[in-house]
Design a protein around this ligand. Structure first.
Ligand SMILES: NC(=O)C1=CN([C@@H]2O[C@H](COP(=O)(O)OP(=O)(O)OC[C@H]3O[C@@H](n4cnc5c(N)ncnc54)[C@H](O)[C@@H]3O)[C@@H](O)[C@H]2O)[C@@H](O)CC1
Ligand SMILES: Nc1ncnc2c1ncn2[C@@H]1O[C@H](COP(=O)(O)OP(=O)(O)O)[C@@H](O)[C@H]1O
Ligand SMILES: [K+]
Length: 486
């Protein structure tokens, strides 16, 4: 059993691949072995979470996820605990493994009840796993709401019930855990939906158990990449070794966004950072950051530079984009640059031919910007973030950083997308996206391949938020940028 942390590197498998893997694993073992192992793993984790629990409520559903719950209840009873099982299904229609586990729970002397116990110290959610096909309703929805509104911990078996294990979406109106501590133990494979969209909030702390089946031969859907390797600077390096970044943005009233990106690029390790402001009346120097070389955006020669374009760009950035797309040696497109491209077919053509020519290009949309680029709704993007990121990457021949909880980094068809696990809601404050764009710019300026530059910067950006000192001032974008070298 392994606890998954932001530093864990592992492949992710969708439901279809998981089913194939499960079939192959089951075929290689005596009947019922997988479910017994799964139930034992649930019981062990339950005992670790609530070692003094008097009543453990095990809510079991109509399929094999429910079977895991029966098996866990049997194992807990054997160890002197008092599980109370509520079963929502028909015994005659249970799959064979689950039926066998139901019998084992009965033989172990587990208590069965029609309704949840009046009090419990731990709830085990074994209602639905990867076989969830429609939104929970009726008693199932009520039981989930009851678990989620209790302050007692909840242990989800395989997948939080109702969560789409491929996309991380919950059905509309699904109850959300409030005060309860959430843990999920997932079996055989790590599923992408646990790590993006609503998955992180629904699953809480994630544990993985391969049920003794080892590594899998199926094709992964995506991966979690863990901490990037640290690359120490060589002693003989100089500022030219780390490249030039030019930030282009900061239209009238929005200079801050460009200065934040510039600060992040500087602290992220770029050799020199120019900030090309679009506001003709901008101040000639930022006295708080005199290292930044402020210029009029229209005067910068971007050949040989990494451009970070769009932060606070407003409408004004549009006229510069043809030149930026043509000349920048490497490019990060953010915010208003993306909005301008979404509204202009000629710029879209230019962007995709730039990518086809192999010029390193990273785009960093949040879900609304991604929806504009894909000409769909935010709901469509959030409904399948992996697919949205992959579609954008294929359409524009770029590396895509689709931001939000479980940021997705997608590249070409032969690059497995990455879901980033670092970061938290502290980052949900204005300007942190500008900081990320600057950090990716710094990594690109060091001539890292675009996918690696994006992945490493996204990871570091989130890690800084995860390790934000408890006694420090709250996270702001400016303070985040200054820690970009951490
Ligand atoms: N077969 C085995 O030996 C193993 C099974 N495992 C468990 O089996 C699970 C998959 O089992 P299943 O394929 O049976 O799928 P589930 O147990 O997730 O659910 C399928 C059943 O739920 C019903 N259902 C779907 N949505 C519903 C809803 N909203 N309301 C009411 N009923 C609903 C379906 O009609 C079907 O009867 C995994 O998630 C995992 O927990 C794993 O433990 C690995 C080993
Ligand atoms: N809940 C969260 N978990 C992880 N990362 C988050 C969360 N909320 C925001 N972020 C990150 O914060 C950044 C916000 O970027 P963006 O939406 O462009 O904001 P802004 O335009 O204000 O800079 C992104 O990197 C995003 O992934
Ligand atoms: K479940």
């Amino acid at each position: 059993m392994q606890r998954i942390t932001p530093a864990t590197a592992a492949d992710l498998f969708d439901i279809a691949a998981t089913r194939r893997i499960e079939q192959a694993a089951a075929a290689a073992l005596p009947a019922h072995t997988l479910m017994q192992r799964a139930g034992l793993a649930v019981a062990r984790l339950a005992m670790a979470i609530a070692p003094h629990a008097r009543t453990i409520w095990v809510a079991c559903g109509p399929g094999n996820n429910g079977g895991d719950g029966f098996e866990a209840a049997a194992q807990l009873r054997h160890r002197g605990f008092f599980p109370v099982v509520t079963f929502l299904g028909e015994e005659g229609r249970l799959p064979p493994d689950a039926k066998a586990s139901l019998q084992r729970a009965r033989d172990a002397g587990v208590t069965f009840a029609a309704t949840p116990p009046s009090a419990h110290e731990l709830a085990i959610d074994a209602l639905l796993g990867i076989g969830s096909t429609r939104p929970p309703e009726g008693a199932m929805a009520q039981w989930l709401a009851r678990m989620h509104s209790s302050s007692q911990p909840v242990l989800c078996v395989d997948v939080p019930s109702g969560l789409d294990a491929d996309t991380g979406t919950l059905p509309q109106g699904a109850s959300h855990p409030r005060e309860s501590a959430l843990t999920c133990i997932t079996f055989l494979t790590l599923k992408p939906g646990l790590f993006t969209a609503q998955g992180r909030d629904a699953a809480g702390t994630i544990w993985f158990d391969d049920l003794g089946c080892g590594a899998f031969k199926d094709r992964p859907t995506a991966r979690i990449a863990g901490a990037p390797d640290s690359q120490p600077r060589s002693h003989a390096s100089h500022k030219g070794s780390y490249g030039d970044v030019a930030v282009i943005g900061g239209a009238s009233g929005m200079a801050g966004a460009a200065l934040l990106a510039g600060s992040a690029a500087l602290h992220g390790g770029a050799g020199r950072v120019f900030v090309g402001l679009l506001d003709p009346n901008a101040a000639p120097v930022d006295t708080a950051q005199p290292e930044l070389m402020l210029r009029d955006a229209r005067t910068l020669d971007l050949s040989g530079m990494t451009a970070v374009c769009g932060c606070g760009g407003g409408e004004a950035v549009r006229e510069l984009l043809p030149n930026v797309l043509y000349t920048a040696a490497a490019l990060v497109l953010d915010a208003d640059a993306l909005n301008a491209i979404a509204a202009d077919g000629a710029l879209q053509t230019q962007l995709s031919s730039r990518g086809r020519d192999g010029a390193p290009t990273v785009i960093t949309p949040h879900p609304l910007e991604a929806a504009r680029l894909l000409n769909c709704t935010v709901g469509d993007v959030q409904g399948d973030r992996l697919t949205a990121a992959r579609d954008l990457a294929a359409r524009f021949n770029v590396v895509v950083v689709l931001k939000g909880s479980g940021t997705v980094i997608a590249g070409g068809a032969d690059t497995l997308p990455v879901i980033n696990l670092s970061g938290n809601a502290r980052l949900a404050t204005a300007g942190t996206g500008d900081v990320l764009a600057g950090m990716i710019g710094a990594a690109l300026a060091m001539r890292k391949p675009a996918f690696d530059a994006a992945r490493e910067a996204v990871w570091l950006h989130g890690r800084i938020a995860d390790t934000w000192p408890a006694d420090a001032a709250p996270l702001t974008a400016g303070a985040l940028a200054r820690r970009a070298s951490d």
